[in-house]
Design a binder for this molecule. Structure first.
Ligand SMILES: Nc1ncnc2c1ncn2[C@@H]1O[C@H](COP(=O)(O)OP(=O)(O)OP(=O)(O)O)[C@@H](O)[C@H]1O
Ligand code: NI
Length: 336
């Protein structure tokens, strides 16, 4: 089993390769009658080792689709129409099913909300964590049980020795979510995706769990993609922010820069929505009843943009670099 981990470092990888690189990724969902939904339209994204990146955007922006594509699990009727995803310099599409499965369990992990559907109701918590490390790290039964106990301690489950033999229905929602995190992190994956992982929990539990997730990821020097609709979460947990709108990256910036000087009108709209300032909200939000006709060939955000000019509805803006670690997809970015 240990040989599965050895499948990972590919001969073509070099230390200068980013951990994850997504290039020109297009994903669409085909429907029997209606035209396809273009969920992702040319995503470019790089994540370095040790980096925590927040992926924000409203419902339907394509966040989960991007996460699934990275995991190699785009659901039916979706398909990747173009683009590549590489992990440590290795193009994922070039890997066989076995190698992909090994990477997924060992190096890539995804934490999602609704932990109960993730957990197997007929296996104890200890068996479920143990199975992951037995399979991916090749540990024997008793070593796996010890590793499971360590993970329950690491995720701060009260009375961990007793919980090892508990079944999922015996756990609270917050505890079940901690178990899901324990399973995801049991093999110290190099890259962790958290897709709205705490959205169903109450606010204090949510903060505790995100804090824990960050501490564990940092301790293992892993990288993470934090997906959320709550932009305030990213301020606390991330190094960099990627804003997705209608399947396109519209802004990339470090967290400090983003909260100080956002440049895309949609970013300003997102921030204004979370601000206490009624004036900010009024200035950056187009009321739904004033929503304008579709953009056609232009900018995807133009119909809702308060700064829209004629060029915005005729010419699609490219993602422009604005210096290190910063890019914006807008003809008339704010403050530039
Ligand atoms: N299994 C599917 N079948 C058909 N269309 C889908 C499927 N999954 C996603 N889509 C479509 O792809 C687009 C992006 O959806 P996605 O779930 O990635 O958005 P999201 O940003 O994760 O939203 P949310 O914040 O609500 O989770 C949407 O238009 C959605 O309807
Ligand atoms: Ni989603």
């Amino acid at each position: 089993m240990q040989s599965q981990a050895d499948l990972m470092p590919p001969s073509s990888a070099s230390p200068s390769d980013p951990l994850l690189r997504v290039e020109g990724l297009h994903v669409s969902f085909r429907h029997p009658v209606d035209p396809p939904t273009e969920a992702l339209r040319g995503i470019d994204l790089t994540i370095e080792r040790g980096e925590m990146v927040g992926l924000v955007g409203e419902s339907g922006a394509g966040k989960t689709t991007l996460a699934r594509a990275i995991m190699g699990l785009v659901p039916q009727p979706g398909r990747i129409d173009a683009g590549t995803i590489s992990f440590r310099g290795q193009v994922m599409a070039d890997l066989g099913d076995d190698a992909l499965r090994a990477i997924r369990g060992r190096n890539l992990a995804m934490v999602i909300p609704n932990p109960r559907s993730e957990l197997n109701p007929v296996l104890t918590v200890g068996e479920q964590i143990g199975n992951v490390v037995r399979h991916h790290l090749g540990l024997g039964r008793s070593a796996a049980r010890a590793a499971a106990l360590d993970m329950l301690k690491a995720v701060s489950i009260p009375d961990p020795a007793r919980r090892l033999d508990a079944y999922p229905h015996e756990l609270s929602g917050g505890m079940a979510q901690r178990v899901v995190i324990a399973i995801a992190l049991a093999c110290s994956p190099a890259f962790v995706i958290s897709d709205d992982a705490t959205s169903g929990l109450d606010v204090t539990v949510q903060a505790q769990i995100l804090d824990l997730l960050r501490t564990l990821i940092r301790a293992k020097d892993s990288s993470a993609l934090f997906i959320t609709r709550d932009i305030a979460i990213t301020a606390h947990f991330c190094d960099r922010i990627v804003v997705l709108y209608a399947g396109e990256v519209v802004e990339v910036a470090t967290v400090d820069t983003f909260f100080d000087r956002p440049t895309h009108p949609y970013s300003l709209m997102l921030l204004a929505a979370f601000s206490h300032s009624a004036d900010l909200r009024r200035r950056w939000t187009v009321p739904p009843d004033e929503t304008l006709p579709g953009a056609g060939e232009g900018c995807v955000f133009a119909p809702r943009c308060v700064r829209r000019q004629p060029r915005c509805t005729s010419e699609h803006p490219a993602l422009r670099r604005l210096g290190d670690a910063r890019a914006v997809r807008c003809h008339f970015p704010v403050g530039i």
